[in-house]
Ligand binder design. Structure first.
Ligand code: SAH
Length: 238
């Protein structure tokens, strides 16, 4: 069973969003499991403190390496880790769908959530943590970022999403964003009384034409919002 081990100063923030909907149902059905490890259980003094002021000066506090090492060892037990060790940090490599595919195919993952100014670099390097960012912005802690990563992995587990085809057709699966989606009513009269129609092609029943239309729309949307993705795409002819 795929297992997420989360090291955090705030274990009460979990399962958070991971306890709801399809992901929460899969958790209840033991398709995946979650273990949260509190950094404060491995604190360095009688108040179980986990942080200290940064060498070199500057604002804020930094989480100590000895505290993090003890917390990690409580999960991997001095052996070489069989699961990826990942530190969530804005200074890391940008998280991509391909990383989620990769992680979801392992036995599980260990995620380390930072707080304050972050974590002493020595322990990140010594224990061989990969460093991953969920985007070019700064959050107050790694907990939301960890939930993003776990949610993205769990939905890829074979038993979780009913239609595995829907995973294949999604945004990023071939360097394209997804085409626009429509549902009922066929003609939606909005609050200004305007009629909004579904594109005729989608109700034509011509599967080949629909496929082509969706592909073209995908390229159009990608060109508009993420032209950088098209540069890396080999499959698309424009
Ligand atoms: N001083 C750091 C920011 C620390 S933010 C810097 O400038 O890089 C505190 C914690 O929030 C980090 O240790 C990290 O675990 C988490 N965090 C903040 N933004 C994040 C992001 N974009 N992706 C992943 N984790 C993030």
């Amino acid at each position: 069973m795929w297992k997420a081990n989360i090291i955090t100063a705030y274990p009460e923030m979990f399962p958070g969003v991971l306890g709801h909907s399809i992901i929460g149902k899969a958790l209840n059905e033991n398709i995946w499991s979650l273990d949260t490890i509190s950094l404060h259980d491995f604190g360095y003094n009688d108040r179980n403190s986990i942080d200290d002021s940064p060498f070199g000066g500057g604002p804020g506090m930094v989480i100590r390496p000895d505290v993090v090492e003890r917390a990690v060892m409580s999960v991997i037990d001095n052996k070489e880790s069989k699961i990826p060790l990942v530190y969530m940090t804005p200074s890391g490599k940008a998280l991509k769908q391909e990383d989620l595919v990769n992680f979801s195919q392992k036995k599980g993952i260990l995620l380390l959530c930072g707080r304050f100014e972050g974590i002493d670099t020595r322990v990140i390097e010594n224990l061989g943590f990969e460093q991953i960012s969920i985007g070019d912005y700064v959050l107050t802690g790694g907990e939301v970022a960890a939930q993003v990563l776990v949610e993205g992995c769990v939905r890829l587990l074979p038993e979780v999403l009913g239609h595995s085809k829907s995973v294949l057709e999604e945004s990023f699966s071939d360097n394209l964003l997804e085409y626009p989606q429509y549902t009922r009513p066929k003609v939606w009269v909005d609050k200004n009384g305007k009629e909004n129609h579904v594109p005729d092609i989608l109700i034509s029943g011509h599967h080949e034409k629909i496929k082509k239309w969706r592909k073209n729309k995908s390229v159009e949307v990608t060109k508009k919002f993420r032209p950088d993705l098209l540069k890396g795409s080999k499959k698309v002819k424009i």
